[in-house]
Design a protein around this ligand. Structure first.
Ligand code: FMN
Length: 176
């Protein structure tokens, strides 16, 4: 008898790349027999362009390390998940401010969670993990980085998604 596995994917996306990746990942994980619920993180006040020059975005990301958020749907913490995948764009070498807020508020309640970061350039996941542990005081199991060009290349994307499935399986397998 196989185990049925239940995952939550919680994400923020400003320009759609992370959202696309989350949609494709959740379809893929579902096709592999994993139950997946997707939650969207919404800042109470969304950032307006030009994003790279938006002072509130810069301050929230680098200094305040957060911003007020809502979850859609809101029942994330009422459900029990085997693992939570937290997906975020990278802004100025940091997790986006809505995801920094999510981790500060709820990270300690997630149990096992992994971070999926979407960026233009390859990011050193260890640097991101270190910041999360030091600044937010929660400990993700691991970090996976997918670049925008990998999302757009179907063959590459399938490879990265397969890697994600095997990471999830391995992590849960070891812990069972
Ligand atoms: C304000 C801002 C800062 C960014 N900083 C970085 C960065 O430091 N390194 C990087 O590789 N990409 C950076 N990017 C690119 C984003 O990580 C990339 O476009 C990502 O796919 C955006 O995710 P989204 O489409 O889900 O919002 C930045 C983008 C923005 C808007």
């Amino acid at each position: 008898m196989g185990f049925s596995m239940k995952l939550a994917i919680v994400y923020y996306s400003r320009t759609g790349n992370t959202e696309n990746l989350v949609k494709m990942s959740s379809e893929y994980l579902k096709s592999r027999g994993i139950e997946v619920n997707v939650y969207k993180v919404k800042p109470l006040k969304e950032y307006s362009p030009p994003l790279h020059l938006n002072p509130r975005l810069i301050i929230d990301t680098l200094i305040k390390k957060g911003t007020n958020i809502l979850l859609e749907p809101r029942d994330l913490l009422n459900e029990k998940y085997d693992m939570v995948i937290v997906a975020s764009p990278i802004w100025f070498n940091r997790l986006s401010s809505p995801i920094q807020e999510l981790l500060k508020k709820y990270g300690s309640m997630f149990g096992r969670f992994v971070i999926l970061i979407v960026s233009q350039l390859k990011i050193n996941c260890n640097t991101i993990l270190k910041k999360v542990v030091e600044q937010i005081h929660v400990e993700p199991m691991l970090c996976i980085n997918i670049t925008v060009s990998e999302i757009r290349d179907k063959t590459m994307l399938m490879q990265r998604l397969e890697e994600l499935v095997s990471i999830v399986n391995k992590a849960l397998g070891i812990l069972r």
